[in-house]
Design a protein around this ligand. Structure first.
Ligand code: NAG
Length: 461
């Protein structure tokens, strides 16, 4: 480890040149594949986006999806409605699980069809459709918005019968409606926060996941019988501590052979270490400040929940230290909802789209670390800095530094198994958003500086 620390003193003026620390990227050491980064426009936000003034709408779409000027988000999460007419494709109870369901499709899906089409135009390929609940008549509570279980799942019989197959048919029908307009739903979930009891769409499972374990094979077989390649996900718990409880049960219950992704939210607990019971990819499918912070453009103030730097650190902990394959924020665009930090792009003046500080934390990851990238090894360390390296499908390598300390650092990056021909670097900190910063390539190694409380993304081709 080469450390250079020069203090040049000119009378009263002291210029401190940060210690330059050597690290090595080892391309032969591989970890998880990155599926992408994303967000949702559920609960009417897609329609709000669709109805936004067109110049602002274009600005917001560019911020969210452009890989040259924006974050290049690559996953969207749509809500499969379970309510009444205009929300659900099955607003009315057919009377019994075996009766013929009267599905309806308005080709709009609360603006989510338009929103998905915009995402696809920018190259988004990962479309995650997630049901918060089964329709109310399929549940023990009889309502989609009160706590209840899926009738017929393990431990829950209902006088109306076993609705598991009917729920699977309903979910597959939703995917087929999207297929009929040329949109491939790639991932399908049947739960949202089943460990939480709010007064909107929701469905419960037990901590041993027995209801999910009984339903997952039925859903899998229904997807297969329909000739679809849709991948199944579970279970979008409210926090990773619950997911850590579900996962061993899903493994022991035989569910993981039907699943493609383990999904969780991070409201009640962030991911803190890898879940090793299954090799399935793990996605953080929802996160946000909720109303704990207003919508702010702050990068770093005091380490609060609304700071971009706070989320930069969460992303580094999730992707590097917990080996997640995807990370989704809650909502993307909202129009004049700046009292809440639930979303990434808003407007203060009603005409100009503005990204939050949190948006830039995501962009530092998602613009250059593209779907299919594989995380690769690094050795050596830089003080107060979380380091990750990724190899994209096109062969480029991205190294991302998250300096959580207040002192500037500097690093010299060498490579095993790669010879960089060009280097570029970008910095986001309190005074810069995705600004070009120096990356000096010499003798196959790259030198860059990393300001305190910043993220620096270095791309090598
Ligand atoms: C932000 O980064 C730039 C570029 O490295 C640096 O010049 C500036 O001092 C940093 N600002 C803060 C507040 O650290």
């Amino acid at each position: 480890m080469a450390i250079l620390h020069n203090i040049l003193s000119f009378g009263a003026l002291v210029v401190s040149v940060a210690a330059q620390t050597a690290i090595t990227v080892n391309t032969a050491t591989t970890y998880q594949t990155i599926d992408g980064f994303g967000f949702s426009q559920a609960f009417g936000r897609a329609k709000e986006f669709q109805n936004a003034p067109s110049a602002m709408q274009t600005q917001a779409l560019d911020y969210l999806f452009s890989t040259t000027t924006g974050a290049g988000f690559s996953i969207i999460r749509n809500r499969i409605g379970s309510g009444g007419s205009g929300d659900s494709i099955l607003p009315n109870n057919p009377g019994s699980p075996s009766a013929n369901p009267q599905y309806t499709w308005d080709n709009d899906d609360r603006g989510q069809v338009w929103f998905t089409q915009q995402a696809v135009k920018y190259g988004v390929k990962t479309i995650f459709a997630d049901a918060w609940s089964a329709p109310g008549f399929m549940k023990t509570s009889g309502s989609e918005s009160t706590a209840g279980y899926l009738c017929g799942s393990t431990g829950h019989s209902c006088s109306s019968g076993n609705w598991q197959q009917a729920y699977a048919n309903f979910l597959v029908q939703y995917v087929k409606y999207y297929a009929s307009i040329g949109i491939t739903v790639t991932h399908l979930g049947f739960l949202n926060e089943p460990d939480y009891r709010p007064s909107y769409s929701q469905m419960q499972i037990s901590s041993n996941a027995q209801e999910a374990i009984s339903f997952i094979p039925i859903l899998y077989n229904t997807v297969q019988a329909a000739g679809l390649a849709t991948k199944l996900t579970c279970c979008d718990a409210v926090g990773w501590q619950t997911t850590a409880t579900y996962v061993p049960n899903l493994v022991n219950g035989g569910s993981t052979k039907y699943l493609s992704v383990i999904t969780s939210h991070s409201y009640s607990a962030d991911p803190s270490s890898p879940l090793t019971q299954t090799t399935l990819p793990k996605w953080n499918t929802e996160a946000g400040t909720g109303d704990a912070s207003a919508f702010v453009t702050t990068w770093y103030s005091n380490g609060g929940i609304g700071d971009g730097m706070t989320w930069a650190t969460k992303l580094a902990n999730a992707i590097i230290n917990s080996q997640l394959s995807a990370y989704l924020y809650w909502e993307g665009f909202e129009n004049r909802q700046t009292q809440s930090g639930s979303h990434l792009v808003d407007t203060f003046d009603g005409t100009t789209a503005k990204p939050s500080g949190i948006f830039w934390a995501f962009a530092m990851w998602s613009r250059h670390i593209r779907p299919g990238a594989v995380r690769i090894g690094t050795s050596g360390s830089v003080s107060s800095t979380i380091i990750g390296a990724f190899k994209n499908v096109d062969g480029s390598i991205v190294v991302i530094f998250t300096n959580t300390g207040t002192s500037a650092q500097s690093s010299k990056i060498s490579f095993n198994g790669f010879s960089p021909k060009s280097a570029a670097a970008w910095v986001t900190n309190q005074s810069n958003t995705f600004a070009t910063t120096g990356a000096t390539l010499s003798g196959g190694a790259v030198t860059c500086s990393i300001p305190g409380k910043s993220v620096v993304t270095v791309k090598l081709t």
